[in-house]
Design a protein around this ligand. Structure first.
Ligand SMILES: Cc1cc2nc3c(=O)[nH]c(=O)nc-3n(C[C@H](O)[C@H](O)[C@H](O)COP(=O)(O)O)c2cc1C
Length: 218
C-alpha cells in the first residue's frame, strides 16, 4: 500500500470502527464513533460522516481530528447516542509527546492516529473526507475478539439508524444480538447493551406514536 493511493473497500481497505475526537468551536471536545475506510497501516482514513453530525462540522472547520482504536464498548454505546456520562479521561494534545495537531486523546484507548484532512467532498448528505495520519501512538493491547463486544457495536449502529429501519427488522436483529451478549458478555458489555436497548425501546415507542398521529390536524 503506497502512502499516496487511497485504500479501497474490499481490496486493500476495510472499515475500522473506532472513536473520533474533534474540537468544537468553543474548544470543548466532541467524541463520536465513526467507521472510516482504512489501509492496514492506517496511513490514510476515508471518513464518511453525515452532514448532520458534529464530527463533520468540526472536521470542516478545523481540518483535524484523532481516530482511536479501542475495545471500550461502553464508550462506543454512550458516544453513539450523545455525550458520554461520565466523560472518559482525555489528554490535551500539548501534553502528548509527538502529537502535532490540536486535539484531545482518549487516555484509555489502545492506539490513536492524529489526522489532517486532505480533501473534503460534501456534495452528498454523507460526506467523503480523506485524511492523512500525521502522528500515532500505542497505549495498551486490544483485548481480542469477543462476540458480545461485536454485538454491542452492531447494536450501537442499529441505535443510530432507527429512523431508517423497519421496526420488525430492528426487533429481529436485537433478539439475535441479545443471544450473543447473554452467552459471551462481561458486566461491561451487558451494561452497554442494556443502555442501548433502553434507548431503542424509547425511540421505537416515540416513532410509533408519531406514525399513528393523523396528519393535517389543526
Ligand atoms: C461503530 C459505529 C460507527 C459509526 N460510523 C459512522 C460513520 O461512519 N458516519 C456517520 O455519520 N455516523 C457514524 N456512526 C453514527 C454516529 O456515531 C452517530 O450518529 C453520532 O451521534 C454522531 O455524533 P456527532 O454528531 O457528535 O458527530 C457510527 C456509529 C457507530 C456506533
Amino acid at each position: 500500500m503506497s502512502e499516496t493511493s487511497l485504500p479501497e473497500l474490499g481490496n486493500d481497505g476495510c472499515i475500522l470502527e473506532g472513536i473520533v475526537t474533534t474540537l468544537n468551536a468553543d474548544r470543548s471536545v466532541n467524541i463520536s464513533p465513526m467507521g472510516p475506510i482504512v489501509d492496514p497501516q492506517l496511513c490514510q482514513l476515508i471518513l464518511r460522516p453525515f452532514k448532520t453530525s458534529t464530527t463533520y462540522k468540526n472536521l470542516k472547520r478545523t481540518g483535524q481530528g484523532i481516530f482511536h482504536v479501542t475495545d471500550d464498548v461502553q464508550l462506543f454505546a454512550q458516544a453513539a447516542l450523545g455525550t458520554p456520562d461520565p466523560m472518559p479521561t482525555l489528554i490535551p494534545s500539548e501534553s502528548v509527546e509527538g502529537l502535532t495537531i490540536d486535539g484531545m486523546v482518549l487516555a484509555d484507548s489502545c492506539r490513536w492516529y492524529a489526522f489532517e484532512v486532505s480533501s473534503l467532498d460534501d456534495r452528498d448528505e454523507r460526506t467523503h473526507i480523506v485524511a492523512k495520519t500525521v502522528s500515532q501512538a500505542r497505549n495498551r493491547d486490544f483485548l481480542g475478539f469477543n462476540r458480545a463486544k461485536h454485538a454491542v457495536i452492531e447494536t450501537a449502529i442499529l441505535a443510530t439508524r432507527l429512523h431508517l429501519l423497519p421496526e420488525d427488522q430492528v426487533r429481529q436483529d436485537l433478539q439475535h444480538l441479545a443471544t450473543q451478549v447473554a452467552k459471551t458478555a462481561s458486566k461491561n458489555e451487558q451494561q452497554a447493551f442494556d443502555f442501548l436497548c433502553q434507548h431503542i425501546e424509547r425511540t421505537l415507542s416515540e416513532l410509533a406514536v408519531t406514525k399513528s398521529e393523523p396528519e393535517n390536524l389543526p
